[in-house]
Design a protein. Sequence first.
Length: 260
Amino acid sequence: MSEPITLNVGGKIYTTSLSTLTSFPDSMLGAMFSGKIPTKKDSQGNCFIDRDGKIFRYILNFLRTSHLDLPEDFQEMGLLRREVDFYQIQPLIEALQEKEIELSKAEKNAMLNITLDQKTQTVHFTVREAPQIYSLSSSNMEVFSAHIFSTSCLFLKLLGSKLYYCFNGNLSSISSYLQDPNHLTLDWVASVEGLPEEEYTKQNLKRLWVVPDNKQINSFQVFVEEVLKIAMSDGFCIDSAHPHTSDFMNNKIIRLIRYK
């Protein structure tokens, strides 16, 4: 083995050998460490590559083993694809394509289960009637909760690209609230007539929107319609065996399935 080389990739330090880095001469790394492309140094004298340091772990392991090994719950395929494209290691590009096909096939059979809950709560707020004149008002507000489970991580990402929270005057994708790849909980409220916009922020009340239609979801009926539309476009259909018809019609439980 050749002498060890220390790399600084986006702030993360790796140590490997020159033979490993040049194992694919036609790749970007092969060109960099064979002298065809000049390399940069950081303040410590390490070779510096201004790319994602966390993802480089999988690149380096492929150089060492010729196998693309990813954890079962790996959630950064898009980022990995961009990094693989930068390094231009052809066998790794092919291995990633095979991995994506494998994941796509595995996700064709899927189940989607949504449990819905709704309650009414009273909100109190102040209304400015004139300069220096305020009055206390109150109104009933519908509060919704949806607990979503799907065996397809890709479907939940698709859902996250369609549904957005409206909070503090901004729209933000529910994808940012997806901490578990298979579970998602949504909590939102319907708009209340007369409630000042700033009160939603002050009382930490989120509303739910569908994009790009810019349609607000003010009832479970609208929520169910929009979720069914998204799910069926992704190949899901209603499970005829479950739930009970009364539960489905009452918007308590939605269960859909998808077959290959």
